[in-house]
Design a binder for this molecule. Sequence first.
Ligand code: NAD
Ligand code: UGA
Length: 459
Amino acid sequence: MKICCLGAGYVGGPTMAMIAYKCPDITVTVADINEARINAWNSDELPVFEPGLDDVVSAARGRNLFFTTDKNKAIKEADIIFVSVGTPTKTYGSGAGKAADLKYIELCARDIAEFSEGPKIVVEKSTLPVRTAEGLKTVLKANSRPGLEFQVLSNPEFLAEGTAIDDLNDPDRVLIGGEEETEAGRKAIATLVDVYANWVPRERILTTNLWSSELSKLVANAFLAQRISSINSISALCERTEANVDQVAYAIGQDSRIGPKFLKASVGFGGSCFQKDILNLVYLCEHFGLPDVAAYWEQVIIMNDWQKRRFSQKIVNTLFNTVNGKRIAMLGFAFKKDTNDTRETAAMYVGRDLLDEQAVLAIHDPKVSPDQIFYDLKEKPTDAEGKPNKQIEICEDPYVATQKAHGLAILTEWDSFKDLDFEKIYENMYKPAFVFDGRNILDHEKLRKIGFEVFAIGR
Ligand code: NAD
Ligand code: UGA
């Protein structure tokens, strides 16, 4: 059997690497139009940082895992074609700011129709609005030739960045939606079930109709994000009432009906998907004439934006209502630990707010590149004359970042931050030395004993 995947991004790369690793008899080819990305997948410096990914790729690459820019050949040869291209929020025309932009999906469908020479199973791996498969089937059918037959399946991905390899290796469930009502549909579903059954217990492989599968992905992300916005809303109430949000989260999480996960109050959720997928859900609800349902889910985003803004405002207010010319050390820039991904990271919004207030940012992140940070902050490393940016310094060393800083803000929960020598940091900061722990990861009592003024989320 031959599998190909269009899109070698955060999802396509690791997911296909895992299939190839677990199924040595299946040839897996990952194709992308981005040559630099493919070159990176073929090198020792993979384009995605994920714990454990290097081992999985190096075990399978060259054996039965290949990365290529020749998507037409990959399509031609494959029995199963995964589509794992981006589905960003539309920035133009109708639905701008909410609907998913499906142009990359449609281009893939047209390529698949054009370059296929036999029957194919086409698998939606990207996160898509419910009923996208309908459009996909229409494009494939309209461009079909005799001998070509396409079955469309939905197989959304639930991995989280930073734990992608563990999630793929031992998923809570695999979801496969297809045309349950036809013989050909059931056969296609069974074919994909058999691929995953190479390592996932069959009882964890769920099969549904196409629309349930497509919608379940959006709903899963909406429910996860809703928990974060819910606990973040309570964090504000905790700050007014001397309740401690971590204690509240623990107390409610012990109720088995609520459960302990995804109740960590924070500076706000980031990542490429929560916001985009909820906006997509909101758009769908509006489209299907359900404005009250749309408003209900939109509130999750509104609360998240408020939480990010509240954090930067807290820094400004605490530093005597001005950060003009003051050095603020920002520790962490990725949207969560153990990833180099900064898409929609809370750090970017807090950073931009502080720059608007004329602060000087000294930013340290163990994995994010300086270029990426400047890009996200809409700034350049140097001015027109080649002089370094006066408002932003990127520091490889967290101790350099905190030197002569008025405030230290934790934006990402990197484990390494917990082990910093805070006595040394305190010595080198301006006094009063303020810590703003946007992830509640530091030992606040210890910091107060050293002399810091500590502000945390929900305490
Ligand atoms: P990404 O931007 O990292 O990767 C998408 C890749 O597709 C890019 O490298 C791009 O060059 C390539 N591409 C675009 N058009 C192409 C074409 N016609 N042929 C071949 N390649 C093409 O995106 P991602 O983070 O991997 O996300 C992909 C999808 O998976 C999205 O729908 C996203 O919502 C979903 N998803 C993402 C995550 C995550 O953790 N990032 C998790 C679950 C689901
Ligand atoms: C999320 C989902 O967890 C995945 O199941 C899904 O496949 C993926 O989105 C997707 O569709 O893209 P991801 O965004 O990679 O995964 O990471 P999460 O662990 O969900 O974290 C998202 C954000 O929420 C991060 O900024 C994180 O710091 C924040 N978060 C998470 C909290 O603030 N509190 C929590 O309790 C949990």
